[in-house]
Every structure is written in C-alpha cells, then in structure tokens.
Write a protein that binds this ligand. Structure first.
Ligand code: ME8
Length: 655
C-alpha cells in the first residue's frame, strides 16, 4: 500500500536553517516509520522559486533569477543529502513539469467556472509592496508613513467564496483532516468567518509561471501545486500516488494548505489529501529565528560536531510534535549525554560486554519463565504505548515509553547482578544468568526497532553488534513481540555507538562553525553578514521630551503583565489585531491593537505583553477594546512590543 507524504517546498530567498531541517527530518522520520509499518512510502520535498523577492535578490547579484534560484535550491538539496534524508523526489517550481501542471490545473479550475477575470482597486504602498486595506485615497501607509497610491489591477480570481460550506463539511466529515486538533479548530473558525475570492494572478510580477497573456500565477497557487507536479506524469495524466496521505507543514502556512489547497482541488474535481499536519515552530534564544535578530542556527555546524543522530533524537524527544519548541546547544548536548550515551548506549555496551564475557559472545537460551516475567510484561506495555504514540506522530511520548522500558532493564540488571551470578555455581544460577543476559538483549532489540525511524544509523549499529543480520530498515514493526532473538546467535563486534560529548568545547565549536557558515551562506546569496548584536536600524525620529508629571500621576496607570491567549486579524483592517489577553482576572480581556503589520496572530499567541488595564473601553471596527498593549516606537517607526527577559506571572503589576 502506498503512503505519499510531503514537506513544504522552501523559498529560495533564504538559505536553509535548522527550522527547515526540523520539518524535513519529521517527514523523514514518518517515512521510515511508515515503511516499517509495511507501506511503500514516498516522500517529496523541493524549493519554491518564483516571486519578486527572488527576482530582486538575483538582480542585486547580477544573476538571472533562475541562476540565483539554482544556487539556493542546491543548498537545500545538499543539506538533505548530507544528513541522509530519504526523499524520493525533489521538485523545483522552475521545472517545466511543474509549469505544465500549474497551467493544467489553472485551466481545469477555469473550465469548471471557478476562475474569472476581475479587477481590484485599493490603496497600494509602493515602498512596502502591499495593499493597505483600511486606507482611503490620500491616506498614508501606516507602516512607513509614505503616501499610498490608488491602484487598479486586473487579475484572475479564484472563487474561494463558493467553497465555504463544502470545506466546513469536509472538516466535519473528516475530523482527522487537519491536525493537531487545536489548529483544526482555528481553521474551522477562520472558514466560518467567511471566505473572499482570491486573486491568483499578477501582471506586476514577471518572475513566475505564465498562465494567460502577461499574467503569472500568484505564488501560492504556483507553490501548492508542487504536490501534484512532483508525482504526475504530464504525458499520460497519470498520478497513482495522488491523493497525498500527508502534507506536513509549519503552523504558519497551515491556512494555505487546509483552506486554499483543498478549495483548488475541489474546483478541479480532484481528490483531497488525507491529512494536513501542522507542526510548531522552532525557536532559538526564546525567540523566532530571524535574519534581522541574527539568531539563526544552521544544520551543518551542529551535525559536524554532535552528529545528525543527536539532532534527530533531540528534536523528537524534546519537542512535543505539533507544539512550538526551543533549540538550545546545552539541551542538545545534555540530552545526548544523559539519554543516548548513558541511557541507551550504556545498556547496549553493558549487555553485549556481559554476553561476550560470560557466554563467549553467544546469546544464551532463556527459560520459559522469562517470557512471563515482569520485564517481559514491561516490554509489552512499552511496545503498545510507543507504537500507538508513533502512529499519532506523538514522538516524544513514544520515546518516553521506550526510555521507561530501558530504565526497567537497567534496574533488572542491577537486581540480577550478573557479575555475581557468573561467579556462583549450579545449574539454577546458570539459567538465571542466561535469563538476565537474554532479557536485557531482548529489551535492546525491541528498543532499536522502535527507535529506528528516529535514529536510523545508530540503531543499525547496535543491531549489527547484537548479531542480527536483517537491517532494521527492512524490518516490520508488527513482529515486535517478546522473544524473537535467536539463542545460539553470535553477537557482532562491540564498539561505542554514542561516545560521550565534552559539552563546553563542543558548544564553543558549534558556535564558531556557525559564524563561518553564516558568512558563507550570506556571500552565496549576495547578502551582508550583519555585525554581531547590531543595534536595529533606526526608522523614524525620536519624540521630544514630555512635560514632568508627579509619581502619583504615573501610579494611576494600571500596567499589568498579560499573556495572549488568542489573536486574529480584524477583517478589512490590515493594521489591527484582535486579541484575548489573560491579565490574571477571571475573564480574559478583549484588546484590539494596531500592530498587525508587524506581528502575525501566530506569533502573538502565548506571548507575554504589557497591558494598560484601566483605560476606558473603546470601539474599533465594531469590537470593544478593553485595554491597550504597550509598545515602543520611534515617531513614524514600527511598534516593538514591551516584554520581559525573566519569567513573570500573569497579572503582575508594573510600577
Ligand atoms: O513558507 N521551525 O517556505 P519557507 C520549524 N515556500 N519549521 C520551520 C521554521 C522554524 N523556525 N522555519 C521554517 C514557505 N520552517 C513556502 C511554502 S509549500 C507549498 C510553500 C519550515 O521557506 C516549516 O515547515 O518559508 C515552515 O512551514 C516552512 O519551513 C516554511 O518554509
């Protein structure tokens, strides 16, 4: 049975970083898992190469857009090859096969009446390159302060509005279509709020896929179709792998995959993907990784120092899949040493060394009683819960179950004390020692099968040392039951699988290599390497000093620590975010703030902010705002939210 899964295709206007690797590794783990579950799993990935930004970056380097895109696309592919991603197909949106598929789908949607020509008029900020929805003729851009222009564009529109009910019905009939559940609910409420038709072509951009006359496809209409062009035979129209079983995406692009994409497919009368899973975003230094903050981590330096297996383990053990999570060098090395070197590695080398020492490297036969022992029972329970967790992509929970079993095995060895048994005479003791050795080897066998999708190389090494000939990659997870190791089998050559890492020098080396890699990538993309911890560029002017007030005047202002529970854009107002903020009161506050051009709703949820809590309520676009969010800005500059470096409780007062 086939299982077709995809990663997002990454933009070539930025070089790959560890966030892209997180996504691609997740897909690789799932592919390996599905193979072990008996599926013919196919994984595609690739690069998204059109759009104005790419055109500009190329021009800045004196390159043709395709030349520039090729350089960056190769960077992605190089990383995936270096870290052993098992992708089957790498799709570039600049390939003729993709162009052909996009035009085919555009036509299909048009033939069925879902694409029409229309015009759009709005206030456009030429500097920032977007329409300012809330501005009227003569208004300035709220972001850069420059005057907006009234622009009319003739575009092709997709009748997204026609799909609201069908989409909602699909979500309802297929409760697993969007996962995790919390994200599904967000999408459902977004669609319930109404859908507007979508402009899917541009005449203002040249670097794109021509769909009709001088119209090129809007980047998302272009990009999403990669999932079909990667596997469609354009000559025959055959696509046996479609529909995809899983689109794996970061949460910030879920809407495109769970709303636009299924609507395009419905319009074209094609089957929908089975599942869209949105994982969380990886943060570094408690913040979103971004070029301007200079807090980006690249994959190469990390893997060069600690190895890809350490990174794979860390990602899927540390972070609950589906939620945001933090990357830190300390935690990466810490987990490796504690759980791989000491935990799994130690159990392996102890067990194998004892088999070598006490039984000449030949696996002894267990007694019948061992299969009914508490150790075997622990293994059975662990197998069941790990498999269940993995099946629901709950990797960290699955691994918790495996490590529970490993510590039970450690305890078992200590209790049995094989080193004492080996010295004691008698058949009964001899059998007890055989059971102790067989039991811990069997736990090891089960553990490496379960862990293989996550740490494929090191589990294969342990397998060889255990003397099992069949690679784990070819094994199936169905026959994991207790007692499969064959007595009489000779173990292989014993060697360290997870050598301990000396944390401080390793971390220093990763950081040093990181700087080298940043400079290399920047040079390749024709970008400047920012000086470390540079001050943000000042945009706007410093406000003149205010008149003096009494301290009591200040204390009248009730400033509270709040935490954003929910955030969404206010329809028809580009600048406004509608939020629910917990400030320690029984009910969260509704707050509407003019920060939407700088902060996305996703970035706000969970964030701690400062709220002016005793302002008179004010209505903005029909929503009553009960407080104000505190942000700093230069006059005419972008707002930057006030926050805290240390932990602070919600509701705490600022004074
Ligand atoms: O959005 N943590 O491309 P993109 C985890 N071309 N994952 C991260 C991440 C982070 N900090 N940063 C990026 C695009 N990702 C479009 C996609 S698909 C038809 C078109 C991963 O280069 C994550 O999967 O900005 C996210 O969704 C994706 O990279 C965005 O990559």
């Amino acid at each position: 049975m086939k299982y077709y899964l995809t990663t997002p295709i990454y933009y070539v206007n930025a070089a790959p970083h560890i966030g892209h690797t997180y996504s691609t590794l997740a897909a690789d783990v799932i592919k390996r898992l599905k193979r072990m579950q008996g599926f013919d799993a196919v994984l595609t990935t690739g690069t998204d190469e059109h759009g104005q930004k790419v055109e500009r970056s190329a021009a800045a380097m004196g390159l043709a857009p395709l030349e520039f895109a090729t350089i960056v696309s190769n960077e992605y592919r190089k990383v995936w090859d270096q870290i052993g991603i098992q992708y089957d197909n790498f799709i570039r949106t600049t390939e003729p096969r993709h162009h052909e598929t996009v035009r085919w789908l555009f036509e299909r949607c048009r033939e069925r009446g879902y694409v029409y020509k229309g015009s759009y008029t709005g206030q456009y900020c030429v500097h920032d390159e977007f329409y300012v929805n809330e501005a009227g003729p003569g208004d300035n851009c709220p972001t850069c302060g420059r005057p907006t222009e009234t622009v009319t564009e003739e575009n092709y529109f997709f009748k997204l509005s026609a799909f609201q009910e069908r989409l909602l019905k699909h979500y309802e009939d297929n409760p697993d279509f969007i996962q995790p559940e919390a994200r599904r609910n967000e999408v459902v409420s977004f669609v319930r709020g109404g859908l507007q038709d979508l402009s899917i072509s541009r005449t203002s951009i040249k670097w794109g896929i021509p769909v009709e006359g001088d119209h090129v496809a809007y980047v998302w209409f272009d990009a999403l179709i990669n999932y079909i062009s990667a596997i469609r035979d354009n000559a025959t129209g055959e696509m046996p792998l479609w529909p995809a079983d899983l689109h794996l995406v970061g949460k910030e692009i879920l809407r495109f995959h769970a709303v636009f994409w299924p609507a395009f497919l419905m319009a074209a009368d094609l089957p929908l993907p089975k599942k869209v899973f949105a994982h969380g975003l990886l943060q570094f230094q408690n913040d979103k990784m971004s070029k301007s903050k200079g807090n980006i981590v690249r994959t190469g330096p990390v893997c060069e120092v600690v190895g890809i297996e350490a990174l794979r383990y860390f990602f899927f053990r540390e972070i609950v899949f589906g939620q945001d999570g933090g990357f830190s060098y300390d935690a990466l090395v810490g987990r490796y040493n504690a759980e791989l070197a000491n935990g799994l590695g130690n159990l392996g080398s102890r067990t194998l060394t004892m088999i070598k020492q006490y039984r000449n490297g030949v696996l002894p036969a267990p007694s019948d009683a061992l299969a009914a022992s508490p150790l075997a029972e622990t293994a059975r329970v662990a197998i069941e819960s790990a498999l269940k967790a993995f099946d629901g992509f709950e990797f960290s929970r699955g691994m918790e179950a495996v490590w529970g079993m490993l510590s039970a095995a450690d305890k078992f060895i200590v209790e049995q004390a094989p080193w004492k048994l080996a010295k004691a005479p008698g058949d009964e003791v001899r059998q007890q020692l055989d059971d102790a050795l067989y039991g811990s080897a069997e736990i090891l066998r089960i553990a490496i099968h379960l862990l293989h999708p996550v740490i494929p190389e090191s589990t294969e090494k342990i397998r060889e040392q255990l003397g099992i000939a069949e690679p784990l990659a070819n094994s199936k997870l169905v026959n994991l039951a207790w007692g499969q190791l064959v007595p009489g089998q000779s173990i292989g050559q014993i060697g360290p699988v997870f050598p301990r890492i000396d944390a401080i020098p390793a971390i220093e080396r990763m950081k040093a290599l990181e700087e080298v890699e940043t400079a290399r990538q920047n040079k390749l993309l024709g970008r400047e390497t920012p000086a470390p911890a540079a001050e943000p560029e000042a945009v706007g002017t410093v406000a003149p000093p205010s008149e003096k007030i009494e301290a009591d005047d200040f204390f009248k202002v009730d400033l509270r620590v709040g935490q954003v529970l929910f955030a969404e854009r206010v329809k028809g107002a580009d600048k406004l975010l509608h939020m629910k903020v917990d400030i320690g009161e029984p009910e969260p506050r509704t707050i509407v703030a003019g920060i939407a051009l700088v902060y996305k709703p996703d970035e706000m949820v969970g964030r701690k902010v400062v709220i002016v809590a005793n302002l008179q309520p004010r209505k903005l676009r029909g929503i009553e705002s009960n407080g104000m969010i505190v942000a700093a800005s230069l006059e005419g500059g972008k707002p930057v939210l006030a926050g805290f470096l240390e932990e602070i409780a919600v509701g705490a007062r600022l004074k």
